[in-house]
Design a protein around this ligand. Structure first.
Ligand SMILES: *Cc1c(COP(=O)(O)O)cnc(C)c1O
Length: 259
């Protein structure tokens, strides 16, 4: 294995002008691979402190390091510091990362899945966080059955009723989950949400938790709450999150925001 290298390239200033997109986008240049272990440790301490404030066991909370736009050496640095769960949000970048990152790794897919991309994620992501419609669930289930596996998923809920965000509206989540449970290629384990940037996330996290609690009384396998990102993960943990998805808190600012 190579030693961790620092990453000194400047952020790309533009992707226009006919320049080919780099094979794997580089990180912003402000955080280097040798800083990753320390940042990881700091985030783990913040997770533990948030859990302890509400008398939760920090070990109940899984942290997924979201590596979109993050260079492979940053991921390797996190692996060396003991991180195993990593997440991507675009099928194409996910495929490229899969090809270069060696075990031990548990991949999560947290972005929108197009129906024609189900083969890029099924069986490759341990957990798909972002199932928000029956047609997608059916396509994933068909692929999983074809491959002889059971794909673990979460249903994404648009708790903020934000037209710009993916997710089923909360009122329709129970019906979707009832249908998804009947698909033998899938195992639905819980709910995920991404609050709108401008909203106070706490009531939205509380709403997701209440929805999970109602569903769990009928379907005991509905346990997970994937909620909380770099800006709000402590609030999410106070509201019951079991999976936080963190990018910038670990790897620094991204050079580009996905559209
Ligand atoms: C990018 C992304 C994250 C991580 O966001 P940060 O603000 O960098 O922590 C979490 N969840 C999803 C769905 C994402 O796309």
């Amino acid at each position: 294995m190579m030693a961790a290298r620092t990453h000194a390239e400047p952020a790309p200033t533009s992707l226009g002008g006919g320049e080919p997109e780099p094979a794997i986008p580089v990180s912003g240049g402000r955080v280097t691979a040798d800083e990753v272990p320390e940042r990881l440790a700091a985030v783990r301490r913040r997770i533990a402190a948030a859990a302890e404030r509400v008398l939760r066991d920090p070990d109940e909370i899984r942290m997924v390091a979201v590596t979109k736009m993050v260079a492979p050496e940053m991921i390797v640095a996190a692996q060396r510091a003991g991180q195993i769960d990593f997440g991507e949000n675009r099928a194409q970048e996910f495929r490229r990362k899969l090809a270069v990152i060696e075990p031990p790794v548990a991949w999560h897919f947290v972005g929108r899945v197009q129906r024609n991309k189900v083969a890029d994620v099924t069986g490759l992501a341990q957990l798909i966080h972002s199932v928000d419609r029956l047609e997608l669930a059916e396509a994933l289930a068909a692929r999983a059955q074809r491959d002889g596996l059971r794909q673990r998923i979460l249903v994404q809920v648009n708790t903020g009723l934000d037209p710009a965000k993916a997710g089923v509206v909360p009122e329709e989540a129970p019906a979707l989950i009832e249908r998804v449970r009947e698909l033998s290629g899938l195992a639905c384990e819980g709910l995920m949400t991404v609050p709108p940037l401008a909203a106070d996330p706490r009531p939205l996290f509380a709403r997701l938790r209440a929805l999970r609690d109602t569903l769990r009384s009928r379907f005991p396998e509905i346990q997970q709450l994937s909620m909380g990102m770099s800006g709000d993960f402590e609030v999410a943990i106070e509201e019951g999150s079991t999976i936080v998805r963190l990018g910038e808190a670990l790897f620094g600012p991204r050079p580009l925001k996905p559209a």
